[in-house]
Ligand binder design. Structure first.
Ligand code: SAH
Length: 218
């Protein structure tokens, strides 16, 4: 085995070991995270830090989430292979790529056209053909494709957006960071049942804010 291949294999093992130590224990999620390399989603001077468990800057002043948080959010969604998932906040596309390994179909939406374009290029290069990436204000969801089995919001809202709750199926699960943007937020899981909405709080997180309208470049 060449030194490079061996280093890459060791790096991957360490990455997965670390995810487990942070509570990512679901085998399907770990398999998905093993098969999707975070490297291509991190560009420029930060590429050599792609395997560290930290958020990193991406274009348009946004961030790619921390891998352990991506793992925990994916796990909290309890996705089945038949599910249709909506992600609000495409960013680098990393979370959407993991979701694409777990679900039947993934719709992901971002307010920055450039991020959507760059994410699409990576999805194509990785042969991930079950993701549709769309430019738009995701606070309103995607009424044409609704309802969804699962919804994940990867930007912090002051409250779970009403249109997203409305577009969740009965029996569905939504995960969303809630709180002011410049402080610690709470990751909330919402179960939609026949009787209404049930909320539980998963952990503290820190995400960029969910903003209104399209990004300046869009
Ligand atoms: N899930 C991403 C990280 C997302 S960072 C990843 O895996 O890399 C949060 C993203 O939410 C940013 O790209 C930001 O542009 C986007 N965003 C913020 N408000 C939004 C809105 N109203 N609609 C759609 N996207 C939004």
């Amino acid at each position: 085995m060449s030194e490079d291949v061996q280093n890459a294999a060791e790096r991957k093992m360490q990455f997965l070991y670390h995810l487990r130590s942070k509570g990512v224990t679901d085998a399907r999620v770990l398999n998905a995270m093993e098969s999707i390399d975070r490297g291509p989603f991190v560009k420029g001077i930060f590429t050599d830090r792609a395997y560290e468990d930290m958020p990193l800057p991406i274009a348009c002043g946004q961030t790619i989430s921390q891998p352990s948080v991506v793992g925990l959010m994916s796990q909290a969604l309890n996705i089945s292979a038949r599910d249709t998932v909506l992600e609000v906040g495409t960013g680098s596309g990393y979370q959407a790529a993991i979701l694409a390994k777990l679900a039947r179909r993934v719709y992901t939406i971002d307010r920055h056209r450039r991020l959507v374009r760059e994410a699409r290029e990576i999805f194509d290069a990785l042969d991930l053909h079950n993701i549709t990436a769309i430019t738009g204000d995701g606070s309103f969801g995607l009424p044409d494709q609704a309802p969804f089995d699962r919804i994940i919001v990867t930007a912090a809202a002051e409250d779970p957006p009403g249109p997203l709750l409305a577009q969740l199926k009965v029996g569905g699960i939504m995960v969303v960071p809630v709180g002011q943007s410049d402080t610690v937020q709470s990751l909330i899981r919402v179960h939609k049942t026949e009787d209404g909405l049930e909320y539980d709080e998963l952990r503290d997180v820190r995400f960029v804010p969910l903003l209104e309208g399209l990004g300046k470049d869009s």
